[in-house]
Design a protein around this ligand. Structure first.
Ligand SMILES: *Cc1c(COP(=O)(O)O)cnc(C)c1O
Length: 379
């Protein structure tokens, strides 16, 4: 990527505010119970913020672990010189598991078959593999069923080529007001842990909480929490607990690439989806659905010179148009905020998610790598 850093920056960019990220971690650290460890989830390019950068900051703030999903992601962290423990969520092929030995990656073990494979590979290689057993307590995605996992737990604890460092589960619904299903999952997980303890097995890292669980289910913190979205300054839902001072790390900015005035009756964009009723001034922004902006029509807005400029027409692959008729002093090159704040006006990632008819997680990770990430440490 070195040759790319020589190029002039694209006027459309994701601004990642590292100072805010550090503040968010500090707020979390200040209120988190002492002794509670945290794993920083940096999968999917750190939710679109840049995986290595987020991981580095998390480690500086004391993260015990990093969490990713693909082996490629873990290798990118290792290639960046990160030696911290990395937990891989999800399922591994035999070939991938081989890489886990070489790169010292912690494997999730989701099934009896995965355990058998890990055991076989570790004895063949005569090399120890660190594992975390994943328990299915109701999400019904990955994991050994809570009611019938003890055989594998025992076998893993006894296996001297495997280091059974962790046991974990995952909430299907932790960030909504109704916590009854989360409570059921905690009880199931706790019953597994009780049986393990009764058998004299000690597993040092027991974990079930994501950001929602961390915020609202303190009784389920156990030894470690796995937080992804929270340090990015975005809440998993509109109803979970708030941390005063927490603020979004990501902004999406562009600049006006062209301006034109159109007469009543004229159209804007593909499919003639907008027709001017009065004379309008239209600004063209060099960002489209090919950059991950939602492909909406006559919906949403941008902030230009601290004023709202509504989207007119449909979003194209590489461009979108906004109406700037009523905004004074507009010129080509003006800064445009698509996600972020400007003098009291704000477009949040949740607003972008609403345009996609989706959630903030999806909106953040949908911003493509075609848009450069710019890191700012301004306070
Ligand atoms: C993505 C993920 C998380 C993080 O969830 P957030 O809501 O972003 O905190 C935690 N655990 C697992 C297994 C995940 O896949």
């Amino acid at each position: 990527m070195d040759h790319l850093s020589q190029l002039p920056g694209r006027s459309t960019r994701v601004i990642v505010n590292l100072a805010q990220l550090r503040r968010n971690f500090d707020l979390f650290l200040k209120e988190k119970p002492a002794g509670l460890k945290f794993l920083s989830v940096v999968k999917d390019n750190g939710y679109g913020h840049g995986m290595v950068q987020i991981a580095m900051e998390a480690l500086k703030k004391g993260a015990s672990y990093l969490g990713v999903v693909t082996v490629d992601e873990a290798l990118e962290l290792r290639e960046a010189g990160i030696t911290a423990p990395i937990l891989l969520f999800g399922e591994r092929t035999a070939e991938e598991m081989g890489i886990c030995f070489e790169k010292n990656l912690t494997c999730s073990i989701n099934s009896k078959e995965a355990f058998t494979l890990a055991k076989k590979l570790s004895s063949q290689r005569n090399q120890k593999l660190t594992i975390h057993l994943k328990i299915n307590t109701g999400m019904n995605r990955y994991g050994l069923d809570w009611s019938e996992c003890l055989e594998v737990v025992n076998a893993a604890a006894c296996c001297d080529t495997l280091f059974l460092e962790g046991i974990y589960s995952h909430f299907a619904m932790s960030d909504e007001l109704d916590k009854s299903f989360a409570q059921l999952q905690i009880e199931r997980f706790q019953s597994v842990l009780n049986q393990i303890t009764n058998q004299g097995i000690h597993i040092p890292l027991r974990h079930i909480c994501n950001s929602g669980g961390y915020l609202d289910l303190p009784q389920a913190h156990f030894d470690m929490v796995r937080i992804g979205i929270l340090p990015l300054g975005v809440y998993p839902s509109s109803v979970c607990r708030r941390v005063p001072g927490l603020a979004p790390v990501m902004e999406l900015h562009s600049r006006i690439a062209a301006l034109r005035e159109i007469q009543p009756g004229e159209f804007v964009g593909y499919g003639l989806r907008y027709q001017a009723q009065t004379p309008r001034k239209i600004a063209v922004l060099p960002i489209g659905y090919g950059d991950g902006f939602p492909r909406v029509r006559n919906e949403g807005s941008a902030i230009v010179r601290s004023h709202r400029a509504p989207v007119v027409g449909g979003i194209a692959m590489d461009a979108m148009m906004v109406d700037v008729t009523d905004i004074p002093g507009i010129s080509v090159g003006d800064e445009v905020v698509l996600v972020g704040k400007s003098n009291g006006e704000e477009i949040s990632i949740h607003d972008l998610a609403a345009l996609r008819k989706s959630v903030s997680y999806d909106a953040m990770t949908s911003i493509r790598s075609r848009i450069p990430r710019v890191y700012s440490s301004e306070t």
